[in-house]
Design a protein around this ligand. Sequence first.
Ligand SMILES: [Ca+2]
Ligand SMILES: [Ca+2]
Length: 322
Amino acid sequence: MKNFTKITTCLLIALTLGAMVMSCKKDVEKVEVTPATLTIKVGATSQLTATVTPDKAEYTLAWTSSAPTVATVNAEGKVTAVAEGTATITVEAGGKTATCVVTVEKDGPFVPTVKTFIEDVEGHPSFTINSTVHGWSYIDNDGSSTYAFQSVSFSNAGEPMSYIVFSPSETTPALTFEAHSGNKMFACFASTPPANDDYLITPELQNPTSISFWATTYTGQYGLERMKVLYSTTGRNISDFTNKLNSGNYIQVPEGWTQYTYELPIEAKYVAIQCVSDDAFIFFVDDIEITASAAGSLPEKTAKGVQYNNFVKKPPVAKVKK
Ligand SMILES: [Ca+2]
Ligand SMILES: [Ca+2]
């Protein structure tokens, strides 16, 4: 009988405690999300925060997007902008909801999202001078007009330029030599004297570790192309590129695609491939790969399944002044 009383007492205490715990659970009264509106660029991410009242409410947060083709949201409320447009992100907790209206903008500074960035030039419009796609910038410090091909025409031939997006298969008539990957590459055409002084400048880098790229002289007939590889820890003016990565004064680039790789200090902000050729013909650059020590430091990877072409030396087309 004594044992029975003990068991009953224990059971009652257990039930009472259980009921007390049950009574502590509260329903969600309100959920709020901050920010309530958000404007971000394609490729960028942003963290949303949900606040649930009362504090002791029991809930699970569920995040959804009204338009995942515009912006997606993960289970932790992190939004990724996919394409230009508007999406409503909804968070639900205990039957209550709150929303954040996300506007995704297409243009503007390129926003870094991943660790490796490969520029294969395929996404740049053909024959654009100093194409700013993906945040590339340029300095044409010689300001000179350029040599063109004898009997081969293309848009902007002979114009002053730093680098042009060159597509051999789209000239008239089509040229038979190939870019390192795909159909396009950056090209620096010889300036009609003075010597070339042309900068191809990367997008802004954060925590970079290395840069590599492929380069070639189009034809050694007029002499090999010359380049310097420089970096800046500050801005994008000529006076900012005070650090040289190549040894010697400049590199003479051979005929045939050659890969150049340089380690970068973490504070490097921009790298410039400077063409300093003197009355040569065309300096080509393709498949520039930059790596960083942390995700979120570089523009998105732009090359998908890069297929590299073999360099097949074809009889070069002569150069002419336009
Ligand atoms: Ca120039
Ligand atoms: Ca290419």
